[in-house]
Design a protein around this ligand. Structure first.
Ligand code: ARG
Length: 383
C-alpha cells in the first residue's frame, strides 16, 4: 500500500479519563428497573464501583451491552424507525481492536444485515475506549458509500458528500476502477492510534445494490441509477453507562425518501431533479409549475418500486410515520418519555400529509445514545 499522506491535524487524544460513575450507576439502575428478573441492583453497582476504582473503567455484561445498544437506538431522537428497537441484533465483538479484524467483521456485519434482501437491524460493537487505550475507529460514515470524484471544473462524478473521503482513500493508495462511475463503492478505512490505518475493499457479495427503475417510465432504468440495500452508520460513538464504543456500526432498513428525496435529489448530492424534469417533459422554466415536486414524487415511486421488485426491505414515509406514532404510544404506556427531533422525524417530502407532522415532541437528550464520532480530522499516523 502506498504511504499515507501527511495529515494536518492532531492524533486521537488518549482517553485517560475514568468512567463517569453517576452515568454508570444510572445505566445499571435503568437496566435492572426494566429487567426485574435481574434482581436487586446493589450487588452489580458495588462490582462496577470496585472495577472503576481499580481500572478506571468497567466491562459491561453481555446483557448490559445488548440492553444498552437497544436503548441507544430507542433514545435516538432523529430516528423515525424506532418501533422495532427491541429487535436489534447485537454482535458482541468487544475483544476486537485490530483494524484488519474490525474491517473483516464489518463485512460480516453487512452480510448478516443484508440477509438476502430481508434486511435485519444489526449493531456490531468493537473494543471500547479505555483509559490509555482508545478503541478502533471507522472513518467512513457508512459501511457502504459511493465515491465522489472531483473534476477539474469543480464538478463531482458520484456522491459529492463523499468527495473528501474519496480524496483521502486515493491518497492512501486506493485505486478507483479504470472506468470511474457514479456508483463506485469506496473501501473501508479503519484507524487506530498506534497502527497504520487499514484499507479494505468491500467484497462484491457483501454489498447488495438495487437498480432503479420506474413502474411507468421505462427510460428511467436506462439511466443506470442504483442504491445500496443497507444503510449502516459507522462513524458514531455508542455510549452506554459512561463507556464509549467508538466503533459500533449499526443499521436499520431504508425509508424510501432517504434515497429518493435526499440522496438523489439534494443539490449537494446527486442533484437529479433538473435532468429528470427535462426527461419527463415538464415545464422547468418556472418554479410555480411545481416541476420539481412532480419529479420528486416519481423518483420516490421509482425507489420504492425498485426495492420491492428486488425483494429488498424498504418502507415508505406514510407507513413509517404511523409506526412512529405507535412507538410513541407504547413508550408512553411504559411510562417513558420518547425523545424526538421534529426536524428529523418529519419526512423530507409531503410533510403535512404524514401523521408525524401534526404534533410536538419531547426534545430531551437521554443516554445511552449515539453521538457524532470524533474521527473527523483525526490523523492516525504520526511518524
Ligand atoms: N439517510 C442515510 C442514507 O440515506 C441513512 C441514515 C440511516 N437510515 C436508516 N434507515 N436507518 O444513507
Amino acid at each position: 500500500m502506498a504511504p499515507v499522506p501527511a495529515c494536518p491535524t492532531e492524533a486521537i487524544p488518549l482517553r485517560t479519563t475514568t468512567v463517569d460513575l453517576a452515568e454508570a450507576d444510572d445505566f445499571i439502575r435503568l437496566h435492572h428497573s426494566e429487567h426485574p428478573e435481574l434482581g436487586p441492583v446493589e450487588h452489580r453497582l458495588a462490582e462496577v464501583h470496585a472495577e472503576v476504582a481499580a481500572t478506571g473503567t468497567y466491562r459491561h455484561t453481555e446483557a448490559e451491552l445488548t440492553f444498552g445498544a437497544r436503548v441507544a437506538w430507542r433514545n435516538s431522537a432523529r430516528c423515525i424507525g424506532r418501533l422495532y428497537w427491541r429487535s436489534l441484533k447485537v454482535r458482541d465483538l468487544r475483544d476486537l481492536r485490530d483494524p484488519k479484524e474490525v474491517a473483516d467483521e464489518c463485512v460480516e456485519h453487512l452480510k448478516l444485515a443484508t440477509n438476502g434482501g430481508k434486511v435485519r437491524p444489526v449493531i456490531t460493537v468493537f473494543a471500547p475506549d479505555e483509559p490509555g487505550q482508545p478503541g478502533p475507529r471507522i472513518r467512513n460514515e457508512q459501511l457502504v458509500r459511493y465515491a465522489g470524484y472531483r473534476g477539474p471544473d469543480g464538478g463531482v462524478l458520484g456522491d459529492r458528500r463523499n468527495a473528501d473521503l474519496t480524496d483521502h482513500v486515493i491518497g492512501m493508495g486506493w485505486r478507483p476502477p479504470t472506468q470511474r462511475g457514479p456508483f463506485d463503492v469506496l473501501p473501508l478505512v479503519v484507524e487506530r492510534e498506534d497502527t497504520d490505518p487499514y484499507l479494505l475493499e468491500l467484497p462484491r457479495d457483501a454489498v447488495m445494490e438495487v437498480p432503479i427503475s420506474h413502474p411507468e417510465y421505462p427510460w428511467l432504468a436506462d439511466l443506470g441509477l442504483r442504491w445500496h440495500a443497507v444503510p449502516a452508520i459507522s462513524n458514531m460513538r455508542l455510549r452506554i453507562g459512561g463507556v464509549d464504543y467508538p466503533a459500533a456500526p449499526f443499521n436499520g432498513w431504508y425509508m424510501g425518501t432517504e434515497i429518493g428525496a435526499r440522496n438523489f435529489a439534494d443539490t449537494d448530492r446527486y442533484d437529479l431533479l433538473p435532468y429528470l424534469g427535462k426527461r419527463m417533459g415538464l415545464d422547468t422554466s418556472k418554479v410555480q409549475t411545481l416541476w420539481r415536486d412532480r419529479v420528486l414524487v416519481e423518483l420516490n415511486r421509482a425507489v420504492l418500486h425498485s426495492f420491492a421488485e428486488a425483494g429488498v426491505t424498504i418502507t415508505d414515509h406514510h407507513t413509517e410515520s404511523d409506526r412512529f406514532l405507535t412507538h410513541l404510544k407504547k413508550e408512553e404506556a411504559a411510562g417513558r418519555s420518547c425523545p424526538a427531533d421534529w426536524t428529523w422525524i418529519v419526512p423530507p417530502m409531503s410533510s403535512g400529509i404524514t401523521s408525524v407532522f401534526h404534533r410536538y415532541y419531547d426534545k430531551r437528550e437521554l443516554v445511552p445514545n449515539f453521538f457524532p464520532g470524533d474521527t473527523k480530522g483525526v490523523c492516525p499516523i504520526i511518524h
